[in-house]
Design a protein around this ligand. Structure first.
Ligand SMILES: Cc1cc2nc3c(=O)[nH]c(=O)nc-3n(C[C@H](O)[C@H](O)[C@H](O)COP(=O)(O)OP(=O)(O)OC[C@H]3O[C@@H](n4cnc5c(N)ncnc54)[C@H](O)[C@@H]3O)c2cc1C
Length: 418
């Protein structure tokens, strides 16, 4: 199989631009953005020892990297396995102020300032370009927690650099709660036993599947799929979204030259897996949108189409196993809270594991995190329901309700998530 055009979707799956998931052929020579062969390497004090009483973290996305770093800072023995190390993590990520605060608490605040670009302002516009409302994000979050847009690969590098060891590859197939720990099976047939196992393995988590089955996964209501790509900045200097009856498109500068583009349905309609959906849906949108679309449609191989899925579970823990990040509570990116919640989860779970009594650490973590996650999911649902209103009514109400809804969603998140 040829790998040209292979990339990773929001769930870390290799996908082609037509939206299909590819099967990895390990005989093919590897390029930089390709998955590596499933050789097992684990990080940490007990490298290579798959029977130990430390923590196994499954998945080196933002959640898994943050947890591994936090555990190492607390001198808790930890191994990290990742099925596709070196994958670029997929384009850019918007980090609202509470994500920035959590990353500062993790000790990478200085490095974060070196990547991406601050987001000083948000603008919500109609499909014709009329400004419906704007938010001074800098004033809202304050100077120490300025929102930021960064390339995911750069954020991964910042987090991985703090580990001081090179992550390598192994794929977990299943996990079983056992007395005083958990037993793990890898796809290459190996098995291991750990004192505590954390599923940080994303929206299609194998750890979650093994512990809780398939319940709790569903398509996002507002937009069951999305298109994402990078393009030269057509002259926007802040977070700007244009929204009409069928589609919404967000442009977000990631540095002086490039914008991150996120295009999705506005009210639950289809998001075609053929790039022509972009051209059709946004054909009458203002000039900056036309400019990025022209760029994108000339380079279809640079476009990412992927499903947007949610996870709602009554519990994230079972014995000495716990889920964090998207594996526990993937939420449609309406409030861009995925990375923030992942890092906050990591900080709290690391504290609880460092405090001792691993039999109850998962429950203590969950008790401390549940309200915050419920809050984000409730506001995601609220926004999705409101988006169902006729567009003329929405455009009429948004100048008043928009800023209120922003404050209601983000206001409580200005307090630390721990
Ligand atoms: C379209 C889209 C746009 C988004 N935009 C934003 C945004 O702007 N801001 C924001 O904060 N959030 C955003 N999110 C959410 C955000 O990407 C995630 O919430 C965040 O990255 C945390 O992810 P994670 O580390 O929990 O999971 P992932 O990033 O999915 O990482 C999981 C890791 O586990 C590995 N893995 C999976 N299975 C196994 C296995 N069996 N064995 C070993 N390893 C395994 C994967 O390869 C991957 O590296 C967006 C999500 C989507 C889908």
């Amino acid at each position: 199989m040829a790998f040209a055009g292979t990339f990773y979707d929001g769930a870390g799956f290799p996908v082609l631009t037509d939206g299909t998931t590819v099967t990895v052929n390990l005989d093919v020579p590897l390029q930089r953005d390709e998955p590596r062969a499933a050789a097992r390497v684990v990080t940490g004090e007990r490298c290579g020892d798959m029977n130990n009483d430390g923590v196994l973290v499954v998945g080196a996305g933002i959640a898994g990297l943050a947890l591994t770093l936090a555990l190492r800072q607390r001198e808790v023995a930890v191994d990290l396995v990742e099925r596709a190390p070196g994958a670029d993590g997929g384009l850019a990520v918007n980090l609202p102020g509470n994500a920035v605060s959590a990353l500062i608490a993790l000790g990478v605040g200085d490095q974060l300032k070196q990547i991406g670009r601050p987001v000083g302002r948000r603008e919500y516009r109609s499909a014709t370009g009329r400004l419906l409302f704007g938010i001074d994000e800098e004033a809202f979050w304050g100077p120490s927690a300025r929102s930021r847009c960064v390339m995911r690969s750069e954020l991964h590098t910042v987090l991985a650099a703090g580990l001081g060891v090179e992550p390598r590859a192994a794929t977990v197939q299943s996990v079983k709660v056992a007395d005083g720990g958990a037993e793990v099976e890898f796809t290459d047939g190996d098995t291991g036993r750990y004192g505590f196992v954390v599923g940080a393995d994303g929206v299609r988590s194998a750890v979650r599947g093994a512990l809780f089955g398939t319940a709790g996964a569903k398509e996002a209501v507002l937009s069951a799929a999305s298109w994402r790509f990078m393009a030269p900045n057509p002259g926007v200097d802040c977070w700007v979204a244009w929204s009409g009856g069928a589609g919404s498109v967000l442009l977000l500068p990631v540095d002086d030259e490039q914008v991150y583009v996120y295009a999705s349905a506005t009210r639950g309609g289809p998001v075609g897996a053929d790039p022509s959906w972009l051209g059709t849906t946004f054909q009458d949108y203002p000039a900056p949108v036309q400019a990025v679309l022209r760029h994108a449609l000339d380079r279809p191989e640079t476009l990412y189409h992927s499903p947007v899925e949610e996870i709602r579970l009554p519990s994230w823990t079972a014995g000495r196993c716990a889920l964090i990040g998207d594996a526990a509570h993937a939420t449609a990116p309406i409030w861009a809270e995925g990375a923030a919640l992942a890092v906050e989860d990591a900080l709290v779970l690391a504290d609880e594991l460092a405090a001792g009594d691993w039999d109850t650490a998962g429950q203590r973590y969950e008790r401390r995190r549940r309200d915050r996650v419920d809050h984000v999911q409730a506001h995601t649902d609220k926004f999705s329901r409101a988006a169902g209103a006729p567009i003329w009514l929405r455009d009429l109400l948004l100048p008043v309700l928009g800023p209120r809804s922003y404050r209601a969603a983000y206001g409580p998140l200005r307090k630390p998530g721990r």
